[in-house]
Design a protein around this ligand. Structure first.
Ligand code: AMP
Ligand code: TRP
Length: 344
């Protein structure tokens, strides 16, 4: 972080995932796997199940409770270690919601209407969606800045929200003439920053896609994974020797990228091995590596899910540690804005 504004801040990584549905291979490759890999470096790692974001669209309460625990199980099964990272669910640390309100007064309404995720989710229904759906990015900025986080690992789709977070931090620092918030850096790296749908190479693989065949869920068993890959949309041409040759073949490119991310190789290394072969031989190889990587994760997830009380204890412990970092930063923010100190 060479930015002089950030030099005075301690390196801290923050990221979050919504418990709005079962997690997918896209969440694993674009987020969870990288969250785990960032542990033990120079920066402290803080990972959050963002349940307050999930309720910006309707969630059945019983299903939500289960999904919060399932997301916690997925984080841990993917290698996020609650002893080395702070792992918790957002609604247990009230500083997020309080900071979000402060940021609602900093952010401008026009910034919110410009967000592509808002436009996609609201569609033609902009007057009828929840106010929370519109204000969502201010809460996301609060998540990040309440910890004065300096870096945020996310998939490509979150880039615009991260820019808005940077805008809020910069406007706050400017308006109040302080150097209180770092300008967080997005970490969007690797070949799997945008895993696409298995049915349509122009759409992101998403937990909210109505077609289950479009995605691989972290709870899918080996047969289901193999079947979804077998049925994945592709074309009839053989694979070229290099990625340039896949420019106009989005579905093929997606499958090669997925293979590369699962195997920790570059896409060109994958193509060097499969050059000249068609999908009849590539798909079974992809299914094999997908099952090899995902089965242990699925198994560990169900082991964690067998003991929900233990998950709740882990999240409560994480929330306590998160609160200890967040509370003084929130208090300082209020003080800068001219609000009186919270009684102690
Ligand atoms: P969400 O599921 O929207 O809460 O996203 C949680 C994290 O997973 C974010 O960092 C997303 O950018 C990332 N993510 C979600 N879907 C994908 C995907 N298809 N490819 C890569 N990253 C993804
Ligand atoms: N908006 C993110 C998503 O939908 C989730 C999220 C909420 C997040 N708060 C965050 C990601 C803070 C990174 C940092 O994927």
């Amino acid at each position: 972080m060479s930015d002089p504004i950030n030099a005075s801040f301690r390196p801290r990584i923050f990221s979050g995932i919504q418990p709005s549905g079962g997690l997918t291979l896209g969440n694993y490759l674009g987020a969870l796997k990288r969250f785990a890999a960032l542990q033990g470096g120079e920066a402290e790692t803080i990972y959050c199940i963002v349940d307050l974001h999930a309720i910006t669209v309707w969630q059945d309460p019983d299903a939500l409770r289960n999904r919060i625990r399932e997301a916690a199980a997925a984080f841990m099964a993917a290698g996020v270690d609650p002893a080395r990272s702070v792992l918790f669910n957002q609604s247990q640390v009230s500083a997020h919601a309080e900071m979000a309100w402060l940021f609602n007064t900093v952010a401008r309404v026009g910034w919110m209407y410009r967000m592509t995720q808002f436009k996609d989710k609201a569609g033609k229904n902009t007057e009828n969606v929840s106010l929370g759906l519109l204000a969502y990015p201010a809460l996301m900025a609060a998540d990040i800045l309440t910890y004065q986080a300096t870096a945020v690992p996310v998939g490509e789709d979150q880039k615009q929200h991260l820019e808005l977070t940077r805008d809020i931090a910069a406007k706050f620092n400017h308006d109040y003439k302080v150097n209180h918030f770092p300008i967080p850096e997005p970490l969007i790296e690797g070949v799997a920053t945008r895993v696409m749908s298995l049915r349509d190479g122009s759409r992101k693989m998403s937990k909210s896609d109505p077609s289950d065949a479009s995605r691989i869920n972290l709870t899918d068993d080996a047969d289901t994974i193999a079947q979804k890959i077998r049925k994945a949309r592709t074309d009839a041409d053989p694979l070229p020797g290099q990625m340039d040759g896949l420019k106009d073949r989005p579905e093929a490119r997606n499958l090669v990228n997925i293979y590369a991310a699962l195997a920790d190789q570059t896409p060109d290394q994958v193509l060097a091995r499969f050059e000249g072969q068609g999908f009849a031989s590539f798909k079974p190889a992809l299914a094999e590596i997908a099952v090899q990587v995902l089965s242990p994760i699925t198994r560990r997830m169900s082991e964690y899910m067998a003991d929900p009380a233990q998950i709740d204890r882990i999240l409560a412990d994480g929330a306590e540690r998160a609160d200890a970092i967040a509370r003084p930063i929130l208090e300082r923010t209020k003080d800068i804005m001219g609000l009186l100190k919270t009684r102690t």
